[in-house]
Design a protein around this ligand. Structure first.
Ligand SMILES: [Mn+2]
Length: 355
């Protein structure tokens, strides 16, 4: 179905789209392979892959034919010639200069161009999720939430290190259905919670500390992303105020999130709450980003995200306040933009948990 969306870029029967990058091949074929080429013409689509993958691809790939690849210059060039193709449009953003040169060398009978229109068409398709894609993201998210429940109930207590918390999240996700981690898990405590992307180390949790965990699972190629900040023992008045401000900012962005508003307007809704509370200088990053076959994809939801949101977009809503040398708070959910507004894909509670 998505492969057909690429045909709109092809102006006549002598043109082909060539998908080379691992992530876009996976998106269009549903099949993970470190190597291969998807060739789409107006009448046909073939996924060329080598002997390591050909049997599995033949069983798994539904939307196009599969063919054995030995050398790009043989099978793919031969196919293009047979189809009367003279022009090949390929990706731009994920192709190195070397790779483009190699494509041109291997396909000397075609005019090969790194095509802006193709790149945009791919992004347009990827940004709007089908029901099946949303289901995969939700499944990944449920695995991550179960991991959070596990560490809240069994792992986080005074004396445990950041690294132990991070590893417990990772082990739980990977042993409960995740095919991979969405990214390297962030688990930081104490003063390190003021570092938005701090690396888990040997620092130990103590009473009165915040613990920020930012993590996600991959399921059937689709990522999830969530952040929760919890406390142990007790919290100060300032900690509570910062937490409540971040929570209110996150809610404001969620309420603003609907089709037709620009990502930057969603960011602005959250940012205003944080600025009004006097913490504007301590929210340095953008509010959110798209999530799908990549952990960070379009559409963006930061101060410079001009693109308007559309129904089917999945974007994160993750404001934070980071007070250097003291502590930080971030809360992150994933929102699905719907016809009338948005639906939060994250089920975990957002209210401050003090363990
Ligand atoms: Mn995120």
């Amino acid at each position: 179905m998505n492969i057909q969306g690429l045909c709109a870029v092809l102006t006549d029967d002598r043109e082909a789209a060539l998908i080379v990058s691992e992530v876009n091949r996976r998106y269009f074929t549903g099949f993970p392979a470190s190597d291969g080429y998807l060739v789409v013409t107006r009448n046909d689509a073939v996924f060329f892959t080598d002997s390591r993958y050909i049997e599995a691809a033949g069983l798994a790939v539904k939307d196009c034919r599969t063919a054995l690849l030995r050398r790009l210059g043989d099978e793919v060039a031969g196919y293009l010639k047979e189809q009367g193709i003279t022009r090949v449009r390929t990706e731009r953003a994920r192709l190195t200069v070397d790779e483009l040169a190699a494509l041109k060398r291997a396909l000397p009978d075609c005019r090969v161009t790194a095509c802006k229109r193709l790149e945009k068409a791919i992004n347009d398709l990827r940004e709007v999720k089908s029901d099946a894609e949303v289901k995969a993201i939700v499944k990944a998210q449920r695995i991550a939430e179960a991991a959070l429940d596990h560490v809240l109930g069994n792992v986080i207590k005074p004396g445990v290190t950041e690294r132990e918390i991070g590893l417990a999240l990772d082990y739980y996700m990977l042993s409960h259905g995740a095919e991979a981690l969405s990214f390297e898990t962030i688990a930081v405590t104490g003063k390190k919670t003021s570092m938005p992307h701090g690396v888990p180390g040997s620092l130990k949790v103590k009473a009165g500390d915040f613990i920020t965990m930012d993590f996600g699972a991959v399921w059937h190629g689709y990522h999830s992303d969530m952040t929760r900040t919890v406390a142990v023992g007790k919290v100060s008045r300032e900690q509570r105020k910062v937490y409540e401000t971040v929570l209110a900012a996150q809610t404001a962005a969620r309420e603003a999130c609907r089709p037709g508003i620009a990502g930057r307007e969603m960011d602005a809704a959250a940012r205003k709450v944080i600025e009004d509370a006097g913490y504007g200088a301590y929210f340095g990053h953008g509010l959110g980003h798209g999530v799908g076959v990549e952990i960070h994809e379009l559409p963006g939801a930061g101060p410079r995200s001009e693109a308007k949101l559309r129904a089917g977009n999945v974007v994160t809503d993750e404001p934070g306040i980071y007070l250097p040398g003291k502590f930080g708070v971030r809360i992150e959910d994933m929102l699905l933009v719907t016809d009338g507004g948005c639906r939060c894909l994250t089920k975990a509670p957002r209210e401050l948990i003090v363990l």
